[in-house]
Design a protein around this ligand. Sequence first.
Ligand code: ATP
Ligand code: MG
Length: 380
Amino acid sequence: MGRILGIIGGGQLGMMIAEAAKKMPKEISKVIVLDPTENCPASQAGAEQIVADFKDKSAILQLAKESDIITYEIESGDSEVLKSVQGIAEIEPSPETLYIIQDKFLQKSFLSDNNIPVPEFVKISSIMDLKEKLKDFGYPVLLKARRDAYDGRGNFKIDNEKQVQNAYEYFNGQNLMLEKFVPFRMEVSVIAARNTKGQIKTFPLVENIHEENILRETLAPARVSADISKKAEEIASKTMSVLKGAGVFGIEMFVTQENNILINEIAPRVHNSGHHTLQSSTTSQFEQHLRAILGLELGETKLEHPTVMYNILGPKSFEGRYKPIELSESHVYLKMYGKQISKPLRKLGHVNLVGNNGETLEKILEKLELIKKKISVQQG
Ligand code: ATP
Ligand code: MG
């Protein structure tokens, strides 16, 4: 008999997990998602839905009662509530792992205690404390909210003394940390998996290009030397072995000017920079996540073809309905998330451009320029 899978969050990540689950009917008989938006993307992919806030205790309890195993597509869940339902359903990754990761200061402390390289960082407890610590750190630095940040909204870059007061007030009393600004050469990430039995596998290193703090393109593989890729993948494996959580994790890193690798942050879930695996690998990150939490042997992670993933974001010019986007091109895979309403910079879908016949990343990037025009989001 297959198991019933509960997912906290039914956005595009939950949707693609639900789609992967459909292909494993022997292991997973049903998917239920908890999401506040009626008709959320995952429910459109056939998952049952409990309509409630991600942090609604009684809804999480209901999800636990109706599921055999619970996972999540967002890291802002309440780890205490998850811990309290652990006896009712299995929770993967574990609430203990989530607790460490969802606080950026705890996460970085944990990594540095395990000799995993991160940018220099320190906890901040008051404006006086900040001013004191800036004497050591110098400028530029990033002041970061420890919790609940996304799309860069929890970061404030401080370039000089004049900005200190503003930066501190921006956060309105939230718990904070300070971090050295890294003038990185490239942003990269590794999608890593650890199954419940301790087996670990990593997908090859990819390169991430952000615009306004939002991921815009992922290039697989990253345009770095084999040495750098190997180093990053080893750091990712080591991270998975100390973290001990089961599931797929997105590990975001910087390549410094000196070609060192520093971890920026870990997402305890499938990650936007792993969407290319839907076409570039024999195992997608979504299937890998299910294999990991179910304790199955992890799938092959080799990159079969160089691939570029491009996010389709809502334009800044309007909020509302948009015209359907269609595309029919060989080796180009369009995936829309079924969101009715476009909002500025909202993730509406993505395309994967897969290299064939030895096409290089450079050739694929040229092709992307033509594709971009065909998939621009128009008010409708
Ligand atoms: P997201 O949801 O996009 O992951 P977030 O709010 O969790 O965002 P971070 O991942 O900490 O924020 O940072 C967002 C971006 O800010 C990074 O991708 C990177 O470009 C930049 N950044 C973060 N920390 C540093 C740093 N120490 N030095 C330089 N740039 C940084
Ligand atoms: Mg980030």
